[in-house]
Design a protein around this ligand. Structure first.
Ligand code: CIR
Length: 258
């Protein structure tokens, strides 16, 4: 794996309490706490040697801090997504986001209706992209993104997802052939070739960790996964994302890394 030089994040707005959630019993995120957790997230990323490019909060879109779902940023091109969640579709139209992407990429593609893609469904493993088929990413979105990526010499593999919100809710690549894997994916032959670190059900949320230049950022409060990742030899940074978890958000969702 190469090296990530940049990340893009968006500071959450006060509207975050109204973000989409499949876990209303966890309660609504507390804005002030979410802001503090976001600061710690940015600090952790900065420690990994990337430049953190920060977009201002947008109060019109409760889920707009989940930058990951707005674009796929590769070493060759960027692809602006088209979220399957209707309330999120305008996040990709925001001018500050587009201007920011244009400052890094000359070649920007875009998913068009009726295709939908949320890059929380996209896992990059070198030049291969695993793309989940979910309620958020449909076959037409897959067809479009496959065509774009294959034109850049990339390999694209579709992964049926039954139970999870996004592919990366349950499976995340840590480089060096290491794969954090949970739930419905554990016995999927598609992932048989990886060194699988099976995430136990009671720490399932921690399947969503991010590798950033040799360091792995792990959510705080999941000791089994913290230990398993340390055991692999990675430097680990812990970040509390409990406010984001309330609305199905995790570490990968909060940034674009490229
Ligand atoms: C949503 O339902 O769209 C947000 N509340 C959470 C998005 C999580 N994003 C991601 O996993 N990439």
């Amino acid at each position: 794996m190469g090296h990530f030089k940049n990340v893009i994040v968006r500071i959450p707005g006060a509207g975050i309490s109204e973000g989409i959630t499949s876990n209303p019993e966890l309660g609504k995120p507390v804005y002030e706490n979410a802001l503090v957790q976001h600061e710690h997230y940015v600090e952790a990323l900065a420690k990994c040697g990337v430049k953190v490019n920060v977009l201002p909060p947008n109060n019109d879109f409760p889920d707009s801090c989940f930058m990951e779902d707005t674009a796929l940023c590769t070493d060759k091109c960027a692809i602006i997504s088209r979220p399957g969640a209707q309330t999120r579709q305008c996040e990709t139209k925001l001018e500050d986001f587009r201007t920011m992407l244009e400052s890094f990429y000359g070649n920007i593609h875009e998913i068009k209706a009726p295709g939908t893609v949320e890059p929380g469904d996209i896992m990059m493993v070198g030049d291969t992209f695993y793309i989940g088929k979910t309620a958020r990413t449909n076959d037409e979105g897959f067809r479009q993104i496959k065509e774009i990526l294959e034109n850049y010499g990339k390999t694209v593999i579709q992964v049926p997802v039954e139970k999870m919100l996004h592919l990366k809710t349950g499976v995340n690549y840590l480089e060096d052939n290491n794969l954090l894997i949970s739930g419905e994916f554990i016995d999927d032959p598609m992932f048989a070739k990886f060194n699988k670190i099976v995430v136990p059900e009671d720490e399932a949320y921690a399947a969503n960790c991010i590798w950033v230049n040799g360091t792995v950022i792990v959510p705080k409060g999941y000791p089994k996964i913290q230990e398993a990742v340390e055991h692999l030899g990675y430097k680990v940074l812990l970040v509390d994302t409990s406010e984001y978890r309330k609305i199905d958000g995790g570490l990968s969702c909060l940034s674009l890394r490229f």
